[in-house]
Structure formats: C-alpha cells, structure tokens
Design a protein around this ligand. Structure first.
Ligand code: ADP
Ligand code: MG
Length: 546
C-alpha cells in the first residue's frame, strides 16, 4: 500500500452531480457502455501521448508498447482498466474528473425535464463519458501519472459518485491511468472474462491500439497460479484504413460514437480514400441530432486530424466550412507534416483543396440521403436546416448544390413543416411560371395569412413561406436556382408575366383608369404617411394591403 499525501475532499460541480444522478437512473438498460466510454478515453490518452512524444520522445520513458489492459477480480468484484497513455496530474484529475468542461453545460442541464425517459435522450446529445463508470460501480478509484512527471507525482482520485471525490498524491511507477471499478453487488456479472471480451468486441473493435485481456488459463490443482498471459481481443487497426467493403455498419456506428463522443448512431456517413497528387482518407459522419451547443461560438467543431495514422489534433476546423460544423469524423493525411499547427493549417494551400473536396463529399452525402431516405433527410433538416441556410452566403462555389438541399414550408405544404425543396417546387410549377415565389415574415402564422398570397392562391401558384430568423438574410444570397430567379411576392408592383393572360392585363389597365380619381383622393387623405397608392390585383379577399 503506497503512502498517500495531501489528501483532500472536494465537491463535484453541480452539473456533474445532476449528470451522475441522471446517468445512474436512466441508462440502466444499457449498462455495458461504461466499458466503451472508458476505453474510448484510454485510446484518446494514448493518441495524445503518441503525438506529444513526437517532439518529446522522453515522454515514452523508454518505450513500452502502447496498449490498454482490462482485467477483473471475481472475488473482489472489481474491473480494472489500465492504459499507458498521457496520464493525468493531480490538477488534471481535479478538473477533468470533477467538472464538465463543455461550454453550455449549465444551459443544457436546464433543459432536463426530470422525466427520465425524455432526459435519457438528451443525455445522448451530451455524451456520457467518464461518469458512466458509476452506472455499474458504487466506488471508482483512479490512479494516474502524467507522462514525464516524477513517479512521486501520481494522483489517486476516488469517489462513490455521490456529492464529492477525494484526491491524494501517491507514487505511481508506470505513466498513464489505472481505473478500478468496484462493482455494485447487482452488477458483478461484469467481473467475467467472457462478458468483458464480448463487450469489447461489440463496441471497441475499431480502437486502433491493442486491448488486452488475461488469457483464461485453466488452473492446475496443486500448482501455483501461473503468471498472467495477456491476449489482444480487438482488431487493433485504424478503421478508416480498412477497405470499405470489409467494414460492417455496426463498426462504422461504434467508431462514430468514439470520435464524436456521441451516444446515438449517426444518420449517415461517407468513407473515402483519395490517391494521386494528394493522399488522404476521410470518414465523415452526419449526426442524428443537433448538439445543444450548435450555436455557441466556442463549441467544438471540425474533424479529428491524423497524419499517417498518428493523431495530431481534435477539432481541426480548417477542413470544412462553418455551415457544415456539425459534421464529425476523421481525416488522415499523408502529405501534411506531423508537426503541423492550427496556424499552418489556415494558410496551407493543400488544406484548401482538401477543404473543397471534403465539402463536396458532405454535400454529395446529403444529396444521397435526401434522394434515397427522405424520412431521414426530414429529420436531418429539422436538426440542421437552420445551419444549412448559412451555406449560400458562406460558400459561393457550391451555392447551387446547397440551394438544392434547402427545404421550405410552402402554401402547398403541411402546416409549416419545411419539406419542400426548390427542385420539387419547380417540377410542379405552373405552365409559364418563370420565377420561384416566396414570402418572408416573422412567424409562420403571419406569412401564411398574408394578403400578399391571395392572388397566388386564386391562381394556384405555390409560394414558399419563410419565417425563420435567418431566412430574409439567406434568400438575399440566393438569387436563383436552375436559372429561375427567386422573387418575393411582397415586393413592389407584381408582374406575373406569362401567368396572366391578355384579358386580365386589359382589365387591369381599365381598372387603373377607372379608379384614378379614387386613388388621388386616398393619396390626398393619407398625405405624407404613404409613399404611393396603387390599384392591385393580387388581392382577392382583402380590400387593401400595406
Ligand atoms: P471526453 O472524453 O468527452 O472528454 P470524458 O468524461 O469521457 O469526456 O472524460 C473527461 C476527461 O477526463 C477527458 O477529456 C480526459 O481529459 C480525462 N481522462 C479520462 N480518462 C482518461 C485517461 N484514461 N487518461 C487520461 N485522461 C483521461
Ligand atoms: Mg470520453
């Protein structure tokens, strides 16, 4: 038993307490995911070490094969995970395991309803992470030492997952992290080699480093217990380096949960390898649900960047435009240097051509989704439509493609649901209609009931109804689609072009003459209050509109 010094008890951040409570009570139907989360963290820690060791090889402390070992003790009812990754200092343990670093956590927590069924969905958006250990354990011990720190600078973090945790400084010979889960008495089934092996195969096969379990050696009577022999139970190769045809959907889905720190399956993905002048692989995912911090400036965005299979940075945002910030995944380049920095990424011309290629991949993937799985696309649009509307303004080169992906409410649609695409609109446009008509306003109810629509209703011409905050701004960048101009029905004198027949035009001219005196009188009466008064033919029920 090593000596513990500087012992102190600290309280969890309020949000952690809430999260812990929620997790323990709402994830009971899927308890085994604790192992996936802890392995995911160990893998991240090894990735970080591998990267830092490029410039500071001494961090490897004489080497040792990078790996994760999972062991168990049936009698003591414990499961232990050990990695030789970057490790944590005492301060790291206090901040990373005592608080939730994600921005907007407090906001997120306010959304919790107290209804466990609803909340367990929300937790998916948030990611579960380290605290999922408490789904199966009533006490968790973490022993860790940061790579490069003295052996006397280890930390022992311990908690029962209630209100607080303890930290103490301890000796730790090996760098990295060991986590001991003291299983709740009802969860001791997890202290079992067969069970652990199956869970690892199921959720963590894609993890790119070996995950080892003790080999089940039959005990020979009268002989001493043999030294533990370890065996690798996962495939231990980077998923994106494997051929597409050999990867199962489940593997893609589990890999997504690892890179995106998400709890739910993705909606869609696109896996590609590019060879030639530039060489890189990419694996891009569309999440099923918008994260709660989609609109926060500091929210994480971007891809995980690898260079020749070595992890280089999280949230490399230079590879996709801002309106695609919800896309998750990895890009692995053979051309970049391992010591590439964010600053270099911003200037490197290689990145520009990768960015346009990756952007196109995403737009293609969304086109496919829209075409082949309209229901899924509907759900995509509900979650990310607002962000996609930033597209035409940001990405001039792909304007037409983006325009094709946009969805709107319309006079022929369902109560305000944004389901009408511009191509669909044009396909059912009236004979002779050479414009795409729309109307913007503050709310759906307001645009839907606008008198501006009367003549369109009468003539059976569809009008797009735009009432999102971004709409007015977005359409100002979207002047046409398939060479048909977009036209606001609220602007100035409306010329319906070929949609009006000669007789109608004649009648309008006659009306203008007939009502001349009346118009003059109204103009006089209103004086300065209005700029102009006109006879209109767009109203069929209302007498006037402004
Ligand atoms: P996330 O993985 O999304 O960051 P987690 O709750 O899973 O969130 O983990 C919280 C943090 O704790 C990690 O970001 C990391 O800094 C730290 N951490 C957890 N496990 C380890 C580990 N095995 N080695 C080093 N750091 C770890
Ligand atoms: Mg994690």
């Amino acid at each position: 038993m090593s000596v513990e010094t500087q012992k102190e008890t600290l309280g969890f951040q309020t949000e952690v307490k809430q999260l812990l409570h929620l997790m323990i009570h709402s994830l009971y139907s899927n308890k085994e995911i604790f192992l996936r989360e802890l392995i995911s963290n160990a893998s991240d820690a090894v990735d970080k070490l591998r990267f830092e060791a490029l410039s500071k090889p001494e961090l490897l402390e004489g080497g040792a094969e990078l790996k994760i070992c999972v062991s168990f003790d049936k009698d003591a009812k414990t499961v232990t995970l050990e990695d030789n990754g970057i490790g944590m200092s005492r301060e790291d343990a206090i901040t990373h395991l005592g608080t939730i670093a994600k921005s907007g956590t407090a906001d997120f927590m306010k959304h919790l309803s107290g209804d466990q069924k609803k909340d367990s969905h929300l937790i998916g958006q948030f990611g579960v992470g380290f605290y999922s250990a408490f789904i199966v354990a009533d006490k968790v011990d973490v022993f860790s030492r940061r790579a490069g720190a003295a052996t006397s600078e280890g930390v022992h973090w311990s908690s029962k997952g209630e209100g607080d945790f303890e930290v103490a400084t301890v000796d730790k010979a090996e760098r990295g992290t060991r986590i001991v889960l003291h299983l709740k008495s009802a969860e001791d089934e997890f202290a079992d080699g067969w069970r652990l092996r199956n869970i690892i195969k199921k959720y963590s096969d894609h993890i790119a480093l070996p995950i080892e379990l003790p080999k089940e050696a039959a005990a020979v009577e009268g002989e001493e217990q043999p030294a533990v022999e370890w065996e690798t139970v996962n495939r231990a190769s980077a998923l994106w380096t494997r051929p597409r045809t050999e990867i199962k959907d489940e593997e893609y889905q589990e890999f997504y949960k690892h890179v995106a720190h998400d709890f739910e399956n993705p909606l869609s993905w696109s896996h590609n390898k590019v060879e030639g002048k530039l060489e890189y692989s990419s694996l891009l995912y569309v999440p099923a649900r918008a994260p709660f911090d989609l609109y926060q400036r500091e929210a994480p965005k971007g891809l995980k960047l690898y260079v020749q299979r070595v992890f280089v940075m999280d949230q490399a945002e230079s590879f996709l435009p801002l309106y695609l910030r919800f896309i998750k995944g990895v890009v692995d380049s053979n051309d970049l240097s391992l010591n590439v920095s964010r600053e270099i990424l911003q200037k490197d011309p290689i990145i520009d051509s990768m960015k346009s290629a990756l952007t196109k991949r995403v737009l293609d993937m969304l086109e496919k989704l829209a075409k082949n799985e309209p229901e899924q696309y509907k759900s995509f649009w509900k979650n990310f439509g607002q962000v996609m509307k930033e597209g035409p303004a940001e990405d001039f080169a792909n304007k037409e493609k983006i325009a094709g992906l946009l969805r709107f409410a319309s006079t022929s649609g369902d109560e305000g649901e944004q389901v009408v695409g511009l191509a669909e609109y044009l396909a059912r446009a009236k004979e002779g209609q050479d414009k795409i008509y729309y109307l913007t306003g503050e709310t759906y109810a307001q645009v839907k009931n606008s008198p501006h629509l009367e003549v369109f209703r009468k003539k059976g011409i569809e009008v797009l109804l735009l009432s999102d905050r971004v709409d007015e701004w977005a359409v100002s960048f979207l002047t046409e689609f398939e060479a048909k101009p977009l036209q606001s029905v609220a602007k100035g004198g409306l010329d319906l072009g070929k949609l009006e027949d000669e007789a109608e035009k004649k009648e309008q001219e006659k009306d203008a003459g007939d009502f001349k005196d009346l118009i003059e009188r109204i103009k006089k009466a209103l004086g300065e209050k209005v700029k102009d008064v006109r006879v209109t033919h767009r109203l069929t029920e209302s007498p006037v509109c402004l």
